[in-house]
Design a protein around this ligand. Structure first.
Ligand code: NAG
Ligand code: NAG
Length: 583
Protein backbone atom coordinates (compact mmCIF):
# COMPACT_ATOMS: atom_id res chain seq x y z
CA UNK A 1 0.00 0.00 0.00
CA UNK A 2 2.77 2.39 1.01
CA UNK A 3 4.53 1.43 -2.13
CA UNK A 4 1.59 2.29 -4.24
CA UNK A 5 0.97 5.58 -2.48
CA UNK A 6 4.54 6.56 -3.10
CA UNK A 7 4.34 5.70 -6.72
CA UNK A 8 1.18 7.59 -7.11
CA UNK A 9 2.32 10.77 -5.36
CA UNK A 10 5.55 10.59 -7.33
CA UNK A 11 3.49 10.40 -10.51
CA UNK A 12 1.60 13.47 -9.61
CA UNK A 13 4.74 15.40 -8.82
CA UNK A 14 6.21 14.50 -12.13
CA UNK A 15 3.07 15.52 -13.82
CA UNK A 16 3.32 18.91 -12.20
CA UNK A 17 6.96 19.23 -13.06
CA UNK A 18 6.59 17.97 -16.54
CA UNK A 19 5.15 21.10 -18.22
CA UNK A 20 7.78 23.10 -16.44
CA UNK A 21 10.67 20.96 -17.65
CA UNK A 22 9.25 20.34 -21.03
CA UNK A 23 10.68 23.39 -22.74
CA UNK A 24 14.16 22.29 -21.74
CA UNK A 25 13.85 19.03 -23.63
CA UNK A 26 13.36 18.15 -27.19
CA UNK A 27 9.94 18.71 -28.62
CA UNK A 28 9.83 15.09 -29.84
CA UNK A 29 8.26 13.90 -26.57
CA UNK A 30 4.76 15.01 -27.08
CA UNK A 31 3.03 11.79 -26.16
CA UNK A 32 3.75 9.66 -23.16
CA UNK A 33 4.99 6.13 -23.61
CA UNK A 34 2.88 3.42 -22.01
CA UNK A 35 3.92 -0.17 -21.88
CA UNK A 36 1.61 -2.92 -20.78
CA UNK A 37 2.94 -6.18 -19.40
CA UNK A 38 1.47 -9.01 -17.35
CA UNK A 39 2.63 -9.32 -13.82
CA UNK A 40 5.03 -12.01 -12.81
CA UNK A 41 7.13 -11.87 -16.02
CA UNK A 42 10.48 -13.60 -15.82
CA UNK A 43 13.51 -11.51 -15.09
CA UNK A 44 15.13 -10.35 -18.31
CA UNK A 45 11.90 -10.27 -20.23
CA UNK A 46 11.72 -7.40 -22.65
CA UNK A 47 9.07 -4.81 -21.91
CA UNK A 48 9.83 -2.76 -25.04
CA UNK A 49 12.62 -1.03 -26.89
CA UNK A 50 12.92 2.16 -25.02
CA UNK A 51 15.56 3.73 -27.29
CA UNK A 52 13.44 3.26 -30.30
CA UNK A 53 10.29 4.44 -28.60
CA UNK A 54 12.09 7.52 -27.31
CA UNK A 55 13.48 8.19 -30.75
CA UNK A 56 17.09 7.70 -29.74
CA UNK A 57 19.66 6.32 -32.08
CA UNK A 58 21.29 3.12 -31.06
CA UNK A 59 24.76 4.52 -31.76
CA UNK A 60 24.09 7.36 -29.28
CA UNK A 61 23.01 5.05 -26.53
CA UNK A 62 26.36 4.70 -24.85
CA UNK A 63 26.92 8.48 -24.68
CA UNK A 64 23.38 9.20 -23.53
CA UNK A 65 23.82 6.70 -20.73
CA UNK A 66 20.14 5.91 -20.23
CA UNK A 67 19.16 4.95 -16.77
CA UNK A 68 16.06 4.62 -14.66
CA UNK A 69 15.55 6.83 -11.67
CA UNK A 70 13.47 4.90 -9.17
CA UNK A 71 13.72 3.76 -5.63
CA UNK A 72 12.92 0.20 -6.47
CA UNK A 73 14.37 -1.19 -9.56
CA UNK A 74 11.84 -3.41 -11.23
CA UNK A 75 13.36 -2.67 -14.56
CA UNK A 76 16.78 -2.13 -16.16
CA UNK A 77 17.79 -0.80 -19.53
CA UNK A 78 20.01 -2.85 -21.80
CA UNK A 79 22.63 -0.20 -22.67
CA UNK A 80 23.46 -1.84 -25.95
CA UNK A 81 19.99 -2.48 -27.31
CA UNK A 82 18.02 0.13 -25.42
CA UNK A 83 15.51 -2.54 -24.37
CA UNK A 84 13.58 -2.07 -21.15
CA UNK A 85 13.98 -5.33 -19.25
CA UNK A 86 12.21 -6.82 -16.23
CA UNK A 87 14.77 -7.02 -13.46
CA UNK A 88 12.72 -8.06 -10.48
CA UNK A 89 9.57 -9.85 -9.62
CA UNK A 90 6.53 -7.73 -10.37
CA UNK A 91 3.54 -8.80 -8.33
CA UNK A 92 0.57 -6.76 -9.27
CA UNK A 93 -1.24 -7.60 -6.06
CA UNK A 94 1.52 -6.30 -3.85
CA UNK A 95 2.00 -3.22 -5.96
CA UNK A 96 -1.56 -2.19 -6.55
CA UNK A 97 -3.66 -4.44 -4.36
CA UNK A 98 -7.25 -4.28 -5.56
CA UNK A 99 -6.74 -1.28 -7.80
CA UNK A 100 -7.80 -2.56 -11.20
CA UNK A 101 -5.47 -0.03 -12.94
CA UNK A 102 -1.93 -0.80 -11.92
CA UNK A 103 0.57 1.53 -13.54
CA UNK A 104 4.23 1.88 -12.65
CA UNK A 105 5.56 5.28 -13.67
CA UNK A 106 9.26 5.31 -14.62
CA UNK A 107 11.62 8.23 -14.99
CA UNK A 108 14.20 7.58 -17.65
CA UNK A 109 17.16 9.88 -17.34
CA UNK A 110 19.42 10.51 -20.32
CA UNK A 111 22.67 12.47 -20.25
CA UNK A 112 24.49 14.59 -22.80
CA UNK A 113 22.25 16.44 -22.80
CA UNK A 114 20.44 15.78 -19.57
CA UNK A 115 16.93 14.75 -20.28
CA UNK A 116 14.13 13.05 -18.31
CA UNK A 117 11.48 10.93 -19.94
CA UNK A 118 8.36 9.78 -18.22
CA UNK A 119 7.00 6.48 -19.20
CA UNK A 120 4.34 4.25 -17.68
CA UNK A 121 4.32 0.52 -17.43
CA UNK A 122 0.89 -0.90 -16.90
CA UNK A 123 0.93 -4.17 -14.98
CA UNK A 124 -1.83 -6.46 -16.08
CA UNK A 125 -3.40 -8.94 -13.73
CA UNK A 126 -2.92 -12.61 -14.25
CA UNK A 127 -4.99 -15.18 -12.35
CA UNK A 128 -2.24 -16.04 -10.00
CA UNK A 129 -4.34 -16.00 -6.85
CA UNK A 130 -7.12 -18.34 -5.99
CA UNK A 131 -9.94 -17.07 -3.89
CA UNK A 132 -9.21 -17.67 -0.27
CA UNK A 133 -11.44 -18.02 2.74
CA UNK A 134 -10.29 -16.42 5.98
CA UNK A 135 -11.04 -19.71 7.74
CA UNK A 136 -10.81 -23.24 6.48
CA UNK A 137 -13.44 -24.29 8.91
CA UNK A 138 -16.47 -22.38 9.94
CA UNK A 139 -18.57 -23.56 12.84
CA UNK A 140 -22.07 -22.23 13.08
CA UNK A 141 -24.34 -22.96 15.98
CA UNK A 142 -27.94 -22.82 14.93
CA UNK A 143 -30.78 -23.50 17.28
CA UNK A 144 -33.27 -26.00 16.02
CA UNK A 145 -36.03 -23.54 16.77
CA UNK A 146 -34.84 -21.14 14.06
CA UNK A 147 -37.46 -20.70 11.39
CA UNK A 148 -36.81 -21.35 7.70
CA UNK A 149 -35.87 -18.23 5.83
CA UNK A 150 -33.45 -17.08 8.49
CA UNK A 151 -30.10 -15.99 7.01
CA UNK A 152 -26.67 -16.48 8.44
CA UNK A 153 -23.90 -14.26 7.15
CA UNK A 154 -20.58 -15.87 6.27
CA UNK A 155 -17.26 -14.23 5.78
CA UNK A 156 -16.48 -13.46 2.22
CA UNK A 157 -13.67 -15.19 0.47
CA UNK A 158 -10.91 -12.92 -0.73
CA UNK A 159 -9.24 -13.02 -4.11
CA UNK A 160 -6.22 -10.78 -4.50
CA UNK A 161 -6.68 -10.69 -8.21
CA UNK A 162 -8.80 -8.11 -9.87
CA UNK A 163 -11.31 -7.98 -12.66
CA UNK A 164 -12.34 -11.26 -14.13
CA UNK A 165 -9.63 -13.00 -12.12
CA UNK A 166 -11.22 -11.88 -8.93
CA UNK A 167 -13.85 -13.75 -6.94
CA UNK A 168 -16.94 -14.23 -9.01
CA UNK A 169 -19.24 -16.70 -7.37
CA UNK A 170 -19.88 -19.21 -4.64
CA UNK A 171 -21.21 -22.68 -4.66
CA UNK A 172 -22.67 -24.59 -1.74
CA UNK A 173 -22.63 -28.35 -1.47
CA UNK A 174 -26.06 -29.88 -1.60
CA UNK A 175 -28.16 -29.71 1.52
CA UNK A 176 -31.90 -29.95 1.84
CA UNK A 177 -31.68 -27.61 4.81
CA UNK A 178 -29.57 -24.81 3.45
CA UNK A 179 -29.17 -22.69 0.38
CA UNK A 180 -26.82 -19.84 -0.38
CA UNK A 181 -27.40 -16.30 -1.46
CA UNK A 182 -24.78 -13.67 -2.15
CA UNK A 183 -25.56 -10.22 -0.91
CA UNK A 184 -24.21 -6.72 -1.26
CA UNK A 185 -22.72 -7.37 -4.61
CA UNK A 186 -23.04 -3.66 -5.31
CA UNK A 187 -20.57 -2.94 -2.57
CA UNK A 188 -18.23 -5.45 -4.04
CA UNK A 189 -18.26 -7.47 -0.87
CA UNK A 190 -19.81 -10.55 -2.34
CA UNK A 191 -20.94 -11.57 1.07
CA UNK A 192 -22.36 -15.08 1.03
CA UNK A 193 -25.19 -15.91 3.34
CA UNK A 194 -26.66 -19.24 4.31
CA UNK A 195 -30.42 -19.42 4.19
CA UNK A 196 -32.23 -22.01 6.25
CA UNK A 197 -34.62 -23.71 3.88
CA UNK A 198 -35.99 -26.43 6.09
CA UNK A 199 -36.32 -26.69 9.85
CA UNK A 200 -33.59 -28.43 11.75
CA UNK A 201 -34.18 -31.16 14.28
CA UNK A 202 -31.32 -31.79 16.59
CA UNK A 203 -32.70 -35.08 17.77
CA UNK A 204 -32.71 -36.29 14.18
CA UNK A 205 -29.43 -34.81 13.03
CA UNK A 206 -27.31 -32.86 15.40
CA UNK A 207 -24.81 -31.54 12.88
CA UNK A 208 -24.56 -30.77 9.21
CA UNK A 209 -21.44 -30.44 7.14
CA UNK A 210 -21.47 -28.10 4.18
CA UNK A 211 -18.74 -27.22 1.75
CA UNK A 212 -18.66 -23.71 0.39
CA UNK A 213 -16.65 -23.15 -2.74
CA UNK A 214 -15.52 -19.74 -3.94
CA UNK A 215 -14.70 -19.35 -7.60
CA UNK A 216 -12.95 -16.64 -9.55
CA UNK A 217 -13.44 -15.85 -13.23
CA UNK A 218 -9.96 -16.69 -14.43
CA UNK A 219 -9.12 -19.19 -17.08
CA UNK A 220 -8.72 -21.70 -15.76
CA UNK A 221 -11.01 -20.95 -12.88
CA UNK A 222 -9.35 -21.06 -9.52
CA UNK A 223 -11.35 -22.13 -6.50
CA UNK A 224 -11.13 -22.46 -2.81
CA UNK A 225 -13.32 -24.23 -0.29
CA UNK A 226 -14.20 -23.96 3.33
CA UNK A 227 -16.05 -26.40 5.50
CA UNK A 228 -19.06 -25.16 7.31
CA UNK A 229 -20.02 -27.27 10.26
CA UNK A 230 -23.52 -26.53 11.49
CA UNK A 231 -24.03 -27.57 15.07
CA UNK A 232 -27.71 -27.75 15.72
CA UNK A 233 -28.26 -26.53 19.23
CA UNK A 234 -31.00 -27.87 21.32
CA UNK A 235 -34.29 -26.08 21.62
CA UNK A 236 -35.42 -28.06 24.60
CA UNK A 237 -38.16 -29.38 22.46
CA UNK A 238 -38.29 -32.63 24.35
CA UNK A 239 -39.83 -33.00 27.75
CA UNK A 240 -38.35 -35.55 30.10
CA UNK A 241 -39.93 -38.97 29.70
CA UNK A 242 -40.38 -41.36 32.59
CA UNK A 243 -39.51 -44.97 32.06
CA UNK A 244 -43.02 -45.78 33.25
CA UNK A 245 -46.12 -43.66 33.48
CA UNK A 246 -47.25 -45.53 36.54
CA UNK A 247 -44.99 -47.30 38.98
CA UNK A 248 -46.60 -49.88 41.24
CA UNK A 249 -44.65 -51.05 44.24
CA UNK A 250 -45.45 -53.21 47.22
CA UNK A 251 -43.83 -52.34 50.47
CA UNK A 252 -43.91 -54.20 53.75
CA UNK A 253 -45.05 -52.13 56.65
CA UNK A 254 -42.78 -51.46 59.63
CA UNK A 255 -39.67 -51.10 57.47
CA UNK A 256 -37.08 -48.88 59.11
CA UNK A 257 -36.89 -45.25 58.00
CA UNK A 258 -34.51 -44.76 55.12
CA UNK A 259 -35.50 -47.92 53.30
CA UNK A 260 -35.30 -47.50 49.57
CA UNK A 261 -38.72 -47.76 48.07
CA UNK A 262 -38.29 -47.08 44.40
CA UNK A 263 -36.19 -45.20 41.92
CA UNK A 264 -37.94 -43.41 39.14
CA UNK A 265 -36.06 -42.52 36.01
CA UNK A 266 -36.82 -39.97 33.39
CA UNK A 267 -34.73 -39.34 30.33
CA UNK A 268 -34.59 -36.35 28.08
CA UNK A 269 -33.52 -36.46 24.47
CA UNK A 270 -32.30 -32.92 24.61
CA UNK A 271 -28.76 -32.16 25.60
CA UNK A 272 -26.90 -30.04 28.04
CA UNK A 273 -28.96 -28.26 30.60
CA UNK A 274 -32.07 -29.14 28.66
CA UNK A 275 -31.48 -32.74 29.56
CA UNK A 276 -30.63 -32.15 33.18
CA UNK A 277 -33.50 -33.54 35.16
CA UNK A 278 -34.56 -32.80 38.68
CA UNK A 279 -37.29 -34.68 40.43
CA UNK A 280 -39.82 -33.36 42.87
CA UNK A 281 -42.99 -34.45 44.60
CA UNK A 282 -45.99 -33.05 42.87
CA UNK A 283 -48.71 -34.07 45.31
CA UNK A 284 -50.05 -34.15 48.77
CA UNK A 285 -48.64 -32.43 51.75
CA UNK A 286 -48.24 -35.55 53.92
CA UNK A 287 -46.29 -37.49 51.31
CA UNK A 288 -43.31 -35.32 52.06
CA UNK A 289 -43.51 -36.33 55.70
CA UNK A 290 -43.52 -40.00 54.86
CA UNK A 291 -41.06 -40.19 52.01
CA UNK A 292 -37.88 -38.54 50.88
CA UNK A 293 -37.05 -37.97 47.25
CA UNK A 294 -33.54 -37.55 45.96
CA UNK A 295 -34.01 -34.70 43.54
CA UNK A 296 -31.06 -35.79 41.45
CA UNK A 297 -31.37 -39.54 41.33
CA UNK A 298 -35.12 -39.96 41.61
CA UNK A 299 -34.77 -42.42 44.46
CA UNK A 300 -37.57 -42.52 46.99
CA UNK A 301 -36.88 -43.59 50.54
CA UNK A 302 -39.14 -43.98 53.50
CA UNK A 303 -38.84 -41.29 56.11
CA UNK A 304 -41.14 -42.50 58.83
CA UNK A 305 -41.95 -46.09 59.68
CA UNK A 306 -44.64 -47.06 57.24
CA UNK A 307 -47.72 -48.23 59.07
CA UNK A 308 -50.23 -50.17 57.07
CA UNK A 309 -52.86 -49.34 59.63
CA UNK A 310 -52.45 -45.64 58.98
CA UNK A 311 -52.61 -46.01 55.25
CA UNK A 312 -52.68 -49.17 53.21
CA UNK A 313 -51.52 -47.40 50.09
CA UNK A 314 -49.99 -44.17 48.94
CA UNK A 315 -50.43 -42.49 45.64
CA UNK A 316 -48.07 -39.77 44.67
CA UNK A 317 -47.02 -37.90 41.60
CA UNK A 318 -43.46 -37.06 40.82
CA UNK A 319 -42.44 -34.41 38.41
CA UNK A 320 -39.29 -34.51 36.36
CA UNK A 321 -38.24 -31.14 35.09
CA UNK A 322 -35.41 -30.43 32.74
CA UNK A 323 -33.22 -27.38 32.92
CA UNK A 324 -35.22 -25.74 30.19
CA UNK A 325 -38.41 -25.88 32.18
CA UNK A 326 -40.14 -28.75 30.43
CA UNK A 327 -41.68 -31.24 32.78
CA UNK A 328 -43.35 -34.61 32.91
CA UNK A 329 -45.22 -36.41 35.60
CA UNK A 330 -45.47 -39.99 36.69
CA UNK A 331 -47.70 -41.66 39.18
CA UNK A 332 -46.57 -43.98 41.93
CA UNK A 333 -48.87 -46.41 43.64
CA UNK A 334 -47.38 -47.84 46.79
CA UNK A 335 -49.23 -50.77 48.23
CA UNK A 336 -48.33 -51.33 51.84
CA UNK A 337 -48.27 -55.00 52.78
CA UNK A 338 -49.75 -55.74 56.14
CA UNK A 339 -47.86 -57.47 58.92
CA UNK A 340 -49.52 -59.07 61.91
CA UNK A 341 -48.46 -56.31 64.23
CA UNK A 342 -51.75 -55.60 65.92
CA UNK A 343 -53.33 -57.70 68.67
CA UNK A 344 -57.03 -58.24 68.37
CA UNK A 345 -59.07 -56.59 71.05
CA UNK A 346 -62.39 -57.44 72.64
CA UNK A 347 -64.54 -54.52 73.67
CA UNK A 348 -67.85 -55.02 75.40
CA UNK A 349 -70.24 -52.51 74.02
CA UNK A 350 -73.12 -53.36 76.30
CA UNK A 351 -73.78 -55.80 79.10
CA UNK A 352 -77.30 -56.42 80.27
CA UNK A 353 -77.78 -55.17 83.81
CA UNK A 354 -80.72 -57.45 84.48
CA UNK A 355 -79.98 -60.99 83.56
CA UNK A 356 -82.52 -62.96 85.47
CA UNK A 357 -82.33 -66.59 86.22
CA UNK A 358 -85.46 -67.26 84.26
CA UNK A 359 -83.84 -66.00 81.06
CA UNK A 360 -84.78 -68.16 78.12
CA UNK A 361 -81.91 -69.96 76.39
CA UNK A 362 -80.67 -67.68 73.58
CA UNK A 363 -81.33 -64.48 75.50
CA UNK A 364 -78.80 -61.83 74.59
CA UNK A 365 -76.92 -60.74 77.64
CA UNK A 366 -73.99 -58.84 76.20
CA UNK A 367 -72.73 -57.34 72.97
CA UNK A 368 -69.06 -57.09 72.16
CA UNK A 369 -66.91 -56.19 69.23
CA UNK A 370 -63.50 -57.32 68.19
CA UNK A 371 -60.94 -54.97 66.74
CA UNK A 372 -57.86 -55.92 64.79
CA UNK A 373 -56.24 -53.20 62.78
CA UNK A 374 -54.42 -55.64 60.59
CA UNK A 375 -55.95 -56.76 57.38
CA UNK A 376 -56.52 -60.05 55.67
CA UNK A 377 -55.83 -63.09 57.80
CA UNK A 378 -53.88 -60.89 60.17
CA UNK A 379 -57.11 -59.15 60.97
CA UNK A 380 -59.45 -62.12 60.91
CA UNK A 381 -60.52 -62.79 64.46
CA UNK A 382 -62.20 -65.71 66.11
CA UNK A 383 -63.62 -65.57 69.63
CA UNK A 384 -64.13 -68.20 72.25
CA UNK A 385 -65.20 -68.40 75.86
CA UNK A 386 -62.55 -69.75 78.16
CA UNK A 387 -64.81 -71.05 80.94
CA UNK A 388 -67.43 -73.76 80.92
CA UNK A 389 -70.47 -71.58 81.37
CA UNK A 390 -74.02 -71.61 80.09
CA UNK A 391 -73.26 -68.99 77.50
CA UNK A 392 -72.21 -69.03 73.91
CA UNK A 393 -71.04 -66.56 71.33
CA UNK A 394 -73.19 -65.79 68.33
CA UNK A 395 -71.37 -63.81 65.63
CA UNK A 396 -73.26 -60.88 64.27
CA UNK A 397 -72.13 -58.59 61.51
CA UNK A 398 -69.04 -56.39 61.29
CA UNK A 399 -67.10 -58.12 64.01
CA UNK A 400 -69.98 -57.71 66.41
CA UNK A 401 -70.85 -60.64 68.58
CA UNK A 402 -73.69 -61.50 70.91
CA UNK A 403 -73.19 -63.34 74.14
CA UNK A 404 -76.33 -65.38 74.67
CA UNK A 405 -77.52 -67.81 77.32
CA UNK A 406 -77.07 -71.41 76.40
CA UNK A 407 -78.95 -73.24 79.13
CA UNK A 408 -80.92 -72.70 82.31
CA UNK A 409 -79.65 -70.29 84.91
CA UNK A 410 -80.20 -70.64 88.59
CA UNK A 411 -79.24 -67.69 90.66
CA UNK A 412 -79.58 -69.72 93.82
CA UNK A 413 -76.92 -72.05 92.47
CA UNK A 414 -74.60 -69.63 90.61
CA UNK A 415 -75.29 -66.00 91.30
CA UNK A 416 -72.48 -64.67 89.08
CA UNK A 417 -70.30 -65.77 86.25
CA UNK A 418 -66.97 -64.55 85.11
CA UNK A 419 -66.94 -64.89 81.36
CA UNK A 420 -63.58 -64.51 79.62
CA UNK A 421 -63.64 -63.99 75.89
CA UNK A 422 -60.44 -64.56 74.00
CA UNK A 423 -60.00 -63.11 70.52
CA UNK A 424 -57.34 -64.66 68.29
CA UNK A 425 -56.38 -63.58 64.81
CA UNK A 426 -55.19 -65.84 62.01
CA UNK A 427 -51.79 -64.23 61.53
CA UNK A 428 -48.66 -66.31 61.61
CA UNK A 429 -47.99 -66.42 64.44
CA UNK A 430 -51.40 -65.51 65.73
CA UNK A 431 -51.93 -62.78 68.29
CA UNK A 432 -54.63 -62.86 70.91
CA UNK A 433 -56.04 -61.05 73.89
CA UNK A 434 -58.79 -61.69 76.43
CA UNK A 435 -61.37 -59.68 78.19
CA UNK A 436 -63.51 -60.76 81.17
CA UNK A 437 -66.93 -59.65 82.22
CA UNK A 438 -68.74 -60.50 85.43
CA UNK A 439 -72.36 -61.33 84.93
CA UNK A 440 -74.66 -61.02 87.91
CA UNK A 441 -77.76 -63.17 87.71
CA UNK A 442 -80.92 -61.46 88.85
CA UNK A 443 -83.31 -63.17 91.23
CA UNK A 444 -86.73 -64.48 90.36
CA UNK A 445 -89.23 -65.59 92.97
CA UNK A 446 -88.91 -69.12 91.91
CA UNK A 447 -88.70 -70.68 95.36
CA UNK A 448 -91.59 -70.99 97.75
CA UNK A 449 -90.77 -70.79 101.43
CA UNK A 450 -90.13 -74.22 102.94
CA UNK A 451 -91.02 -75.01 106.55
CA UNK A 452 -88.31 -76.81 108.33
CA UNK A 453 -90.95 -79.26 109.51
CA UNK A 454 -94.07 -80.19 107.71
CA UNK A 455 -95.96 -80.34 111.05
CA UNK A 456 -95.31 -79.34 114.57
CA UNK A 457 -96.73 -80.62 117.87
CA UNK A 458 -96.44 -78.73 121.12
CA UNK A 459 -97.52 -79.59 124.62
CA UNK A 460 -98.63 -76.73 126.67
CA UNK A 461 -99.28 -77.10 130.39
CA UNK A 462 -102.59 -75.56 131.29
CA UNK A 463 -102.79 -72.38 133.25
CA UNK A 464 -100.03 -70.93 131.24
CA UNK A 465 -99.49 -67.20 131.60
CA UNK A 466 -101.26 -65.29 128.83
CA UNK A 467 -98.78 -64.00 126.21
CA UNK A 468 -96.44 -66.90 126.74
CA UNK A 469 -94.73 -68.07 123.61
CA UNK A 470 -95.76 -71.64 123.16
CA UNK A 471 -94.01 -72.55 119.89
CA UNK A 472 -91.95 -71.31 116.99
CA UNK A 473 -92.18 -72.32 113.41
CA UNK A 474 -89.74 -71.34 110.75
CA UNK A 475 -89.50 -71.52 107.02
CA UNK A 476 -86.70 -70.55 104.72
CA UNK A 477 -86.73 -69.19 101.19
CA UNK A 478 -83.52 -69.14 99.11
CA UNK A 479 -84.73 -66.30 96.95
CA UNK A 480 -83.28 -62.88 97.35
CA UNK A 481 -84.75 -59.84 99.03
CA UNK A 482 -88.52 -59.70 99.25
CA UNK A 483 -88.62 -62.93 97.25
CA UNK A 484 -86.96 -64.63 100.16
CA UNK A 485 -88.43 -62.58 102.97
CA UNK A 486 -90.90 -64.82 104.77
CA UNK A 487 -93.76 -63.74 106.95
CA UNK A 488 -95.93 -66.05 108.98
CA UNK A 489 -99.64 -66.13 109.59
CA UNK A 490 -102.30 -68.47 110.81
CA UNK A 491 -104.56 -69.28 107.95
CA UNK A 492 -106.77 -71.95 109.44
CA UNK A 493 -107.59 -73.75 112.68
CA UNK A 494 -110.05 -76.12 114.16
CA UNK A 495 -111.09 -73.56 116.71
CA UNK A 496 -114.08 -71.44 116.30
CA UNK A 497 -113.06 -68.77 113.87
CA UNK A 498 -114.08 -66.02 116.24
CA UNK A 499 -112.31 -67.69 119.20
CA UNK A 500 -109.05 -68.19 117.34
CA UNK A 501 -107.58 -64.77 117.89
CA UNK A 502 -108.38 -64.96 121.57
CA UNK A 503 -106.42 -68.17 121.88
CA UNK A 504 -103.27 -67.81 119.79
CA UNK A 505 -101.31 -65.46 117.58
CA UNK A 506 -98.12 -65.76 115.49
CA UNK A 507 -95.40 -63.20 115.00
CA UNK A 508 -95.28 -62.50 111.28
CA UNK A 509 -91.53 -61.91 111.43
CA UNK A 510 -90.29 -64.55 113.82
CA UNK A 511 -92.84 -67.32 113.53
CA UNK A 512 -93.18 -67.40 117.33
CA UNK A 513 -96.63 -68.57 118.39
CA UNK A 514 -98.05 -66.90 121.45
CA UNK A 515 -100.84 -68.08 123.78
CA UNK A 516 -103.32 -65.28 124.14
CA UNK A 517 -104.90 -66.69 127.25
CA UNK A 518 -104.35 -69.31 129.88
CA UNK A 519 -105.46 -72.66 128.56
CA UNK A 520 -107.66 -74.84 130.61
CA UNK A 521 -107.04 -78.49 130.11
CA UNK A 522 -110.52 -79.23 131.33
CA UNK A 523 -112.17 -77.21 128.67
CA UNK A 524 -109.57 -77.60 125.74
CA UNK A 525 -107.21 -80.41 125.44
CA UNK A 526 -105.96 -79.94 121.97
CA UNK A 527 -106.31 -77.86 118.81
CA UNK A 528 -104.64 -77.63 115.42
CA UNK A 529 -103.51 -74.58 113.50
CA UNK A 530 -102.49 -74.19 109.87
CA UNK A 531 -99.55 -71.81 109.65
CA UNK A 532 -98.54 -70.23 106.45
CA UNK A 533 -95.13 -68.92 105.46
CA UNK A 534 -95.37 -66.41 102.64
CA UNK A 535 -92.66 -64.56 100.85
CA UNK A 536 -92.97 -61.04 99.51
CA UNK A 537 -92.34 -61.81 95.91
CA UNK A 538 -94.75 -60.81 93.29
CA UNK A 539 -96.58 -63.00 92.95
CA UNK A 540 -95.92 -64.28 96.39
CA UNK A 541 -95.29 -67.93 97.09
CA UNK A 542 -96.36 -69.66 100.23
CA UNK A 543 -96.25 -72.93 102.13
CA UNK A 544 -98.43 -74.39 104.92
CA UNK A 545 -97.47 -76.34 108.01
CA UNK A 546 -99.67 -77.63 110.77
CA UNK A 547 -99.16 -76.98 114.44
CA UNK A 548 -100.94 -79.18 116.91
CA UNK A 549 -101.20 -77.83 120.40
CA UNK A 550 -101.80 -80.25 123.23
CA UNK A 551 -102.86 -78.69 126.52
CA UNK A 552 -101.48 -80.68 129.39
CA UNK A 553 -103.16 -81.17 132.76
CA UNK A 554 -101.94 -79.77 136.04
CA UNK A 555 -103.18 -80.77 139.47
CA UNK A 556 -105.34 -77.84 139.82
CA UNK A 557 -108.55 -79.63 140.71
CA UNK A 558 -109.74 -81.86 143.58
CA UNK A 559 -109.70 -85.32 142.30
CA UNK A 560 -112.80 -86.22 140.47
CA UNK A 561 -112.80 -88.70 137.79
CA UNK A 562 -114.55 -87.32 134.81
CA UNK A 563 -112.17 -88.19 132.00
CA UNK A 564 -109.70 -90.96 131.51
CA UNK A 565 -106.08 -90.02 132.02
CA UNK A 566 -104.42 -88.80 128.91
CA UNK A 567 -101.07 -90.47 129.09
CA UNK A 568 -98.29 -91.58 131.34
CA UNK A 569 -96.33 -88.44 130.77
CA UNK A 570 -99.27 -86.06 131.19
CA UNK A 571 -97.38 -84.12 133.76
CA UNK A 572 -95.20 -82.39 131.16
CA UNK A 573 -95.78 -78.66 131.46
CA UNK A 574 -94.04 -77.05 128.41
CA UNK A 575 -92.82 -79.68 126.22
CA UNK A 576 -93.05 -79.82 122.45
CA UNK A 577 -92.22 -83.03 120.79
CA UNK A 578 -92.61 -84.05 117.20
CA UNK A 579 -95.71 -85.94 116.57
CA UNK A 580 -93.65 -88.80 115.28
CA UNK A 581 -91.90 -89.03 118.60
CA UNK A 582 -95.18 -89.31 120.38
CA UNK A 583 -96.13 -92.73 121.55
C1 NAG B 1 -64.80 -63.23 89.09
O1 NAG B 1 -63.65 -62.47 89.01
C2 NAG B 1 -63.45 -61.62 90.11
C3 NAG B 1 -62.26 -60.79 89.83
O2 NAG B 1 -61.33 -61.55 89.17
C4 NAG B 1 -63.30 -62.45 91.39
O3 NAG B 1 -63.12 -61.59 92.48
C5 NAG B 1 -64.52 -63.25 91.56
O4 NAG B 1 -64.39 -64.11 92.68
C6 NAG B 1 -64.78 -64.09 90.34
N1 NAG B 1 -66.04 -64.75 90.46
C7 NAG B 1 -66.24 -66.01 90.10
C8 NAG B 1 -67.63 -66.55 90.25
O5 NAG B 1 -65.33 -66.71 89.69
C1 NAG C 1 -102.91 -73.40 103.09
O1 NAG C 1 -104.14 -73.46 103.82
C2 NAG C 1 -105.14 -72.59 103.31
C3 NAG C 1 -106.34 -72.72 104.30
O2 NAG C 1 -106.73 -74.09 104.46
C4 NAG C 1 -105.49 -73.00 101.94
O3 NAG C 1 -106.48 -72.11 101.47
C5 NAG C 1 -104.25 -72.95 101.04
O4 NAG C 1 -104.53 -73.42 99.76
C6 NAG C 1 -103.18 -73.80 101.66
N1 NAG C 1 -101.92 -73.63 100.88
C7 NAG C 1 -101.17 -74.61 100.45
C8 NAG C 1 -99.95 -74.25 99.75
O5 NAG C 1 -101.51 -75.78 100.71
Amino acid sequence: MGNRAKLRSSTWRRQVLFPFLLPLFSGALSEQILYSIPEEMARGSVVGNLAEDLGLHVQDLLTRNLRISAEKQYFTIDKETGNLLVSDRIDRESLCSQNPLCVLPLEIVAENPLNVFHINVMIDDINDNPPHFPQNNIVLQINEFVIPGTQFGLESAIDADVGPNSLQSYQLSYSEHFSLIVKDKTEGKNAPELVLEKSLDREQQSSHLLVLTAMDGGDPVRTSTTQIRIKVTDANDNPPVFSQNVYKVSLRENLPPGTSVLKVTATDQDEGINAEITYSFKTLRDIGNKFMLDHQSGEIKSKDPIDFEISSSYTMSIEAEDGGGMAAECKIILEIVDENDNTPEVVFTSVSSSITEDAEPGTVIALFKTYDQDSGENGEVTCLIEEKVPFRIVPSSNNYYKLVTDGALDREQTPEYNVTITATDRGKPPLSSSRSVTLHIGDINDNAPVFHQASYVVHVAENNPPGASIAQVSASDPDLGPNGRVSYSIVASDLEPLALSSYVSVSAQSGVVFAQRAFDHEQLRAFELTLQARDQGSPALSANASLRVLVGDRNDNAPRVLYPALGPDGSALFDTVPRAAQP
